[in-house]
Ligand binder design. Structure first.
Ligand code: ADP
Length: 827
């Protein structure tokens, strides 16, 4: 027997194979002693056996495997409670017996060298092992590059198996089995088996892994897929939507007589629209553009009612009076019909607010059977509002003309251009030039809107413009217009309009019968005079509407069966009188004169006041006067100064006073030359102290030499005077011809006095004739002496007028006067 004794060390499952190294921390008393013993007495040799059951603390011979390994302690390092030992396996050994020793247990072992077996088999086995290794993928547990390298170097199969088993993750039992197997071929077989086994395991593991991974991924993947499907569906449905929309548009293009250029444009845009992703910001703008082109009228028309009698009937039906206006409209339409062209100028209805300009235009549309659209130009100062913005701008829109045409739905509507005089121009361009293109029959068949890009034909449109104040219409535009003036209504006309139109309209709107709401002529006049002061009838219409509504309420509340409007009721429902009708100056006053103005609201009366006080000849103007009116004031003053002596005023008087001229009634825009006579009268009255007749109004421009020039708007002015209960009006002689236009009703009530120069004005306006100064008085004034007669004359004036003491000022003045000595224009 080849038996030897060595110290013995038992391990808990650790096996070391011959030729292999392993590091173990040895902690058990016995084991440490055995290590010491081996190192001390056995040249570092020790036998290592693994326990069958690692729980046993002090194993006996039966508790350890029979086969172990003779090892060489390469290295041992002591730590506090254990020794770290590096063992190297030398030989397989079988445990024979256990001896009791002094330091540690000593065992007797039999050497178990590896046994060589059939060589061919061995060669085949080795080759198979090599192949098996090579078939393994990197990362697999049995894969060891080192082993493959060893194999190629021609490692012994003995060593190969031991090395492989030492490093492979095999169970302790299996490792023990290797240890116990001496036959090399057997061990190679075992290795092959294990490798195969491991391969299968690793396959399974891989699939399991993949399955697990797949399952984990599945949720994410599902989510991802679902998202993708949704996106695809979206694309799909959107695409279908776009395609569907596109088809519809194409069909509409084919079926309808759109102009060729529009068809092409739409198709071009459509192609772009369809290729863009739906989420692209551009699709919206393209779609809006396509929609506009598709929905603008390009060929749709209504048929005109050619029966002019019927047109007349409708115009009559809708509006009271306005005979001349209706006649002009009929003429205009007749010419159009006759020439079958709309190249005639465009009608412009001009007049104060509320006189029925808009409703006349609507009426024209109704009479002709045309659609009606309205575009207001009030406050438009940007050309783009008329012509649109280019599509490259964000939020670009077509201009108002095109928008209105879209609303009209036909190419031949009646198109009302409201307030053409209220257009302004500024740095953003001149809208009036764009309007010119709209209104010019030569150009408007190819009207260009920046947004639409394609020319648009406006030549079939019947344009009607309105304006309040002709002066404000840009001259180039005015040239294209056929102005039809509609003037203010007289009280009688207003009563008629109320009876024939406004009241029936309100009855209908409020569901009242004629019996339930009684408003007689006197009451209408009362409303006109004390609750409205206007050129038109808009306020009157509102007032009647308000009364009608209150009547409905009263009837429904059973407070009354029917409502007969009385003054008391009006007071109760509408409050106190809102306008002082006829409460003009009843006393003849010095320095206060009633002028007449023509504004965009129609005519109006204008009180001019003058006053003076000690000063240095300054003229103070207040009341927010325009430049023209300021000029009128200085012309008036200079005229009076140059004629002072003729009018009984001392030259020196002007240098010692400051004159204040004020034009109250803030709301009325105050400019224009027609206040010249009024100012001259006010100043003369002030300087002479002679009062002006009350119940007198005047209008007219005065030149520096005292000529009275004609003015405009006489009709409106006289209507305003009449509205205010004034019975005498001084008018320029040059305006006499206009008296024909003035309604009879006004002519009956008002006396018109034509005047041609300032002398006539003053002669008619002042309560007393002017008395020229005597040569003596003039000489005295020039010498700075106190004229003898002066006191008496002035005192007389003073007592008569109760005016402020102008005399003391004049008398105190011994100076020759102001710098600008009057030229003395003796007339
Ligand atoms: P404008 O456009 O001149 O400012 P509108 O056309 O708005 O005035 O007229 C205001 C109201 O007065 C409308 O209800 C209109 O029908 C009515 N109206 C004006 N003039 C007449 C008239 N001559 N006959 C009947 N109704 C009138």
């Amino acid at each position: 027997m080849n038996s030897k004794t060595y110290p013995i060390i038992c391990t808990r499952g650790v096996i070391v194979f011959p030729g292999q190294e392993i590091v173990i921390d040895v902690g058990r008393e016995n084991s440490i002693r055995a290590i010491d013993n081996a190192q001390g007495n056995y040249n570092g040799r020790i036998c290592m056996f693994s326990q069958k059951n690692s729980d046993v603390e002090n194993p006996g011979i039966d508790d350890v495997h029979e086969v172990g390994t003779l090892c060489w302690i390469r290295h041992a390092r002591r730590f506090d409670r254990f020794v770290r030992v590096k063992f190297q396996g030398i030989e397989r050994v079988r445990l024979e017996s256990l001896e009791e020793g002094t330091l540690s247990e000593i065992c007797e072992v039999e050497m178990l060298p590896s046994q060589k077996q059939d060589e061919t088999e061995e060669t085949v086995l080795i080759r198979m092992v090599r192949q098996a290794f090579e078939g393994m993928r990197a990362g697999e547990k049995f894969m060891s590059k080192e082993l493959l390298l060893d194999l190629s170097k021609g490692i012994t199969p003995d060593f190969l198996t031991d090395k492989a088993v030492q490093s492979f993750p095999l169970s302790n039992e299996r490792k023990q089995k290797y240890l116990e197997t001496q036959g090399i071929n057997e061990r190679l077989m075992m290795l092959l088996e294990d490798i195969e086994q491991e391969k299968r395991l690793s396959e399974v593991e891989k699939t399991v892994n993949e399955t697990v991974k797949f399952r984990i991924d599945q949720n994410q993947k599902d989510f991802y897929l679902r998202e993708k499907i949704a996106a695809m569906q979206e694309q799909l449905s959107d695409g279908q939507g776009v395609a569907h929309e596109g088809d519809q548009i194409r069909k509409r293009l084919e079926e309808n007589p759109y102009p060729q250029n529009i068809k092409e444009k739409v198709l071009e845009e459509l192609a772009r629209y369809e290729t863009l992703p739906p989420a692209s910001g551009e699709t919206g703008t393209i779609k809006t553009y396509i929609d506009l082109l598709m929905n603008l009228p390009w060929w749709q028309t209504t048929e005109d009612n050619e029966d002019l009698d019927k047109v007349r009937d409708i115009l009559e039906e809708d509006h009271y009076g306005l005979e001349k206006v209706k006649e002009r409209i009929l003429e205009y339409l007749a010419v159009k019909q006759n020439t079958n062209s709309l190249k005639a100028p465009i009608i412009c209805l001009a007049g104060p607010p509320g006189v029925g300009k808009t409703s006349l235009a609507k009426s024209i549309a109704r009479a002709l059977g045309r659609h009606f659209v309205k575009m207001s130009l009030g406050g438009v100062r940007d050309e783009a509002e008329i012509r649109g913005h280019r599509r490259t701008y964000i939020g670009a829109l077509p201009g108002r003309v095109i928008q209105s045409m879209k609303k009209a739905q036909v190419i031949n509507p009646v198109f009302l251009i409201d307030e053409i005089d209220k257009m302004a121009s500024d740095y953003k361009g001149d809208p009036s030039s764009a309007m010119l293109e709209v209104l010019d029959p030569e150009q408007n068949s190819v009207f260009s809107d920046h947004y639409v890009e394609e020319p648009y034909d406006l030549s079939k449109v019947l344009f009607v413009a309105t304006a309040n104040y002709l002066e404000n219409i840009p001259p180039a535009l005015k040239d294209r217009l056929e102005i039809i003036e509609i003037s203010s209504y007289t009280d009688v006309e207003k009563i008629q309009i109320a009876k024939s139109h406004l009241i029936p309209k309100q009855l209908k709107e409020n569901g009242l019968t004629e019996d339930q709401f009684v408003l007689d002529d006197d009451m209408i006049l009362y409303l006109i005079r004390y609750y409205t002061r206007e050129a038109g009838v808009r306020q009157l219409e509102r007032t009647i509407a308000s009364l009608a509504r209150k009547s409905v309420l009263a009837i429904l509340r059973k407070e009354m069966d029917k409502v007969v409007i009385t003054k008391e009721l009006v007071h109760k429902w509408l409050g106190n009188e809102k306008v002082d009708y006829g409460k003009k100056e009843t006393e003849d006053q010095v320095g206060t004169v009633t002028g007449l103005a023509y504004t965009s609201f129609g005519g109006d009366i204008l009180q001019i006041e003058a006053n003076k006080f000690a000063g240095k000849g300054n003229l103070i103007l207040t009341g927010q006067l325009g430049d023209v009116m300021k000029e009128s004031a200085s012309i008036a003053l200079d005229y009076i100064r140059s004629n002072a002596n003729r009018y009984g005023i001392l030259d020196s008087a002007f240098g010692k006073v400051d004159i204040h001229l004020h034009v109250p009634e803030g709301a009325v825009p105050k400019d224009g030359p027609s206040a010249g006579v009024t100012m001259t009268t006010a100043l003369t009255s002030l300087m002479t102290g002679i009062p002006v007749k009350s119940n007198l109004a005047m209008t007219g421009e005065v030149t520096l030499r005292g000529k009275v020039l004609p003015i405009g708007g006489l009709k409106e002015k006289s209507l305003a005077a009449y509205r205010s209960g004034i019975t005498n009006i001084l008018i320029p002689k040059g305006n006499e011809k206009d008296l024909d236009d003035i309604p009879q009703e006004v002519r009956d009530a008002v006396t018109f006095i034509p005047v041609s120069n300032a002398d006539e004005v003053l002669a008619n306006a002042l309560t007393k004739p002017l008395k020229p100064l005597t040569a003596e008085e003039i000489a005295a004034d020039q010498e700075g002496e106190k004229p003898k007669k002066k006191t008496a004359r002035t005192r007389r004036t003073k007592t008569k007028t109760d005016d402020e003491p102008s005399v003391p000022v004049l008398n105190a003045n011994t100076h020759t006067g102001t710098k600008s000595v009057p030229a003395g224009d003796a007339q």
